[in-house]
Write a protein that binds this ligand. Structure first.
Ligand code: PMP
Ligand code: GLU
Length: 402
């Protein structure tokens, strides 16, 4: 019999959670491979293909010999294009030395945590949070501290909450706007009130994850670094995955003060080196073109948001906010806790996610993965008819509970 040697894994690894988004997606794939008609709304991924001019640029780059190692911080032309993007879209002046290109924004966040955190340093994570923040911080030796915002505050942390959460151990704050998983967007005024708190702490850093910048249904996107008084404390995270539908390309980037950008490049240089050569070349063409190609995608997301919202609002006991960006909705289904399907009791969102998958063949992600056990995350980056079918199944499943 095979001996279980998993006890030899590091303590850090044993305490690490598997990415819930990726796990649910795999479970859905497995069920589908067994012949079940599964609808997967679990992964946060545009259902659109990468615009063809970007694909053409990558093909051209291959033909032009972009097949070698790249500088660790990124191809010069891409770092220039990123600076031009910041200037055009966000009115932010950065030099190429401020930019580090990585294998996805996920790696940018990981580089940052490894560059900044000593064991025991606290990282305040606005909650609900994107699933990986928590474990990236732990992998880097930091202590994640959840700062919880509820549905009735549109899942947005207030300035007074932030002020109350900062301790002498706090080193970093991480949040996303537009937010994964809630779709909430901090307005300029809300960001300003957070900045007034941050102004009081020189040695505190803030990672502003703006990867859904182009999927914003409300007022023009505000970048936290636009507030001059905190620009030196802000690390802007962004990437090609969402706005340009380029998840598989693995290109993300950060803008940071030069000393921190250098430190992140040092981390990356020891772990993965520079991101893929031809992907970077194509990303530079995409960024110079601007958000035009993502506008059609955005209007589809907005239409689907309304569809999903209307259908969910009709289900008894389900509470929702009005997401202003990204392509997620994060309904509260705590009304159903304590109810059962046959002899299976639903006590929390994990039970709900599991039973929904097995009974109704709809994959969503439990809110517990995002720090809120009353909710679940549904990605509406899917065709309208798929969304209608999925929510109809959810409705029937909930109605069948006793
Ligand atoms: N930040 C947020 C908020 C996300 O939803 C994601 C998911 N893709 C990422 C970062 C990572 O993106 P990527 O690594 O694909 O650039
Ligand atoms: N960010 C996406 C999500 O939240 C992609 C999956 C992942 O990287 O975790 O589903």
């Amino acid at each position: 019999m095979a001996v279980d040697k998993s006890k030899y894994l590091s303590k850090t690894l044993r305490n690490l959670k598997e990415s819930a988004t990726l796990k649910m997606t795999q479970l859905a794939r497995d069920l589908r491979n067994q012949g079940h008609d599964v609808i997967s709304l679990s992964i946060g991924e545009p259902d659109f293909d990468t615009p063809s001019f970007i694909k053409e640029a990558a093909k051209q780059a291959l033909d032009d010999g972009y097949t070698k190692y790249t500088p660790v911080s990124g191809l010069p032309e891409l770092r220039e294009a990123i600076c031009a993007k910041f200037k055009r879209d966000n009115n932010l002046i950065y030099q190429p030395e401020n930019i580090v290109v990585s294998n996805g924004a996920k790696q940018s966040i990981s580089n940052l945590c490894n560059a900044l955190l000593d064991p025991g340093d606290e990282v305040i994570i606005f909650t609900p949070y994107w699933v990986s923040y928590f474990d990236i911080v732990r992998l880097a030796g930091g202590v994640p501290i959840q700062l919880k915002a509820n549905l009735d505050q549109d899942f947005k942390v207030t300035a007074s909450q932030l002020a109350g959460a900062i301790t002498e151990k706090t080193k970093l704050i991480i949040f996303s706007s537009p937010c994964n998983p809630t779709g909430s967007v901090y307005t300029r005024d809300e960001l300003k009130s957070l900045v007034e708190i941050l102004d009081q702490y020189d040695s505190l850093f803030i990672a502003s994850d703006e990867i859904y910048e182009y999927i914003n249904f409300g007022e023009k996107h505000t970048s936290l670094a636009e507030f001059e008084s905190v620009k030196d404390q802000v690390i802007t995270i962004n990437g090609m995955s969402k706005g340009y539908a380029m998840t598989g390309w693995r290109i993300g980037y950060m803008a940071a003060p030069v000393w921190l950008a250098k430190a992140c490049a040092k981390v990356q240089g020891q772990v993965t080196s520079g991101a893929t050569s031809f992907g970077q070349k194509a990303a530079s063409i995409a960024l110079l073109e601007g958000p035009a190609s993502s506008l059609a995608m955005k209007s589809s997301y907005l239409r689907r948001k309304k569809l999903v919202q209307t259908m969910l609002a009709e289900i008894r006991g389900v509470k929702i906010n009005d997401p202003q960006g990204a392509f997620y909705i994060f309904p509260d289904i705590s009304y159903y806790f304590g109810k059962s399907k046959g002899n299976m009791l639903i006590s929390n969102a994990d039970d709900f996610a599991e039973m929904l998958l097995h009974n109704a063949h709809v994959a969503i992600v439990s809110g517990s993965a995002f720090g809120d056990d009353n909710c679940f995350r549904l990605s509406y980056a899917a065709a309208d008819e798929v969304l209608v079918e999925a929510i109809t199944r959810i409705k029937h499943f909930l109605a069948s509970l006793t």
